[in-house]
Design a binder for this molecule. Sequence first.
Ligand SMILES: C[S@@+](CC[C@H](N)C(=O)[O-])C[C@H]1O[C@@H](n2cnc3c(N)ncnc32)[C@H](O)[C@@H]1O
Length: 258
Amino acid sequence: MLDIQPMLTGDTSHQPPQLPSLPRNPYAYKLHDILQTGQGLVSMNRNAESYRGRWSEVFLQQGMKAAPRSIWVEIGCNGGHIVIDRALRDPQTAFIGIDWKYKQIYRAYQKAIRFGLKNVFFIRADAARLPQLFAEGEIHRIDTYFPDPWPKNSHRENRLLSQSWFELCARLLPAGSKYEFRTDHADYFRAVDAAVSELTKQWTVTHRTTDKHKNHPLPFQLDTPEVTLFEKLFIKQGLPIHELHLQKLPIHRSEEEV
Ligand SMILES: C[S@@+](CC[C@H](N)C(=O)[O-])C[C@H]1O[C@@H](n2cnc3c(N)ncnc32)[C@H](O)[C@@H]1O
């Protein structure tokens, strides 16, 4: 049996986790205090990276009855509404939500505690740290719903989803895995569509729409997990929802050797 405290705090020397460079954010300190308890469900920054390659074990340690059937990751999970809703419906799958806002991750953690969930985990981190958080083949699905669109031309390089992002995700996911992306922002959608069209050896598009709820009689009545919180707002504003589903293709041996 593993000693759960050092594992969940990411601390192999049996000392409390050292997080010397916390920002002046009260929620960073609240999260730091929770990490000291070693109960799991939440982590942040470099501490979360100590779980790389051990996520199945982490879920077992925090109370899942069997190793997760698969591990899903939502990037930009905000207060965790989609992660929690899905976790309640599918207790054999593990769901990880990542967001860089301390307050939202703290709120997500509180919700997970209230529901007594064992198959969720929330990480306060920049999504760019994905390769430091997960080993290759360790996660089985990635979703990104309504990532910040950075609409100004001069800010576009800040967008998370790009060709290099999908190359990175293709390295992490096994063949057959799904990636779901939604946005209200037509220009961001076109840019992502163009980026993945350059990656035909890694990804195939299984679904593409520029108006997801066009045929729904009362789209403004839709609720989670069918729509996200931001999606509800955009539907109320009459904005069409763009959606892309991708599937990871198998890597052929000859390509791996190149
Ligand atoms: C517009 S909100 C969408 C929230 C949620 N997905 C929804 O649809 O209701 C975008 C979220 O992504 C998070 N985010 C943006 N860039 C991020 C990054 N690089 N790493 C982690 N989270 C990020 C923001 O903090 C915010 O919570």
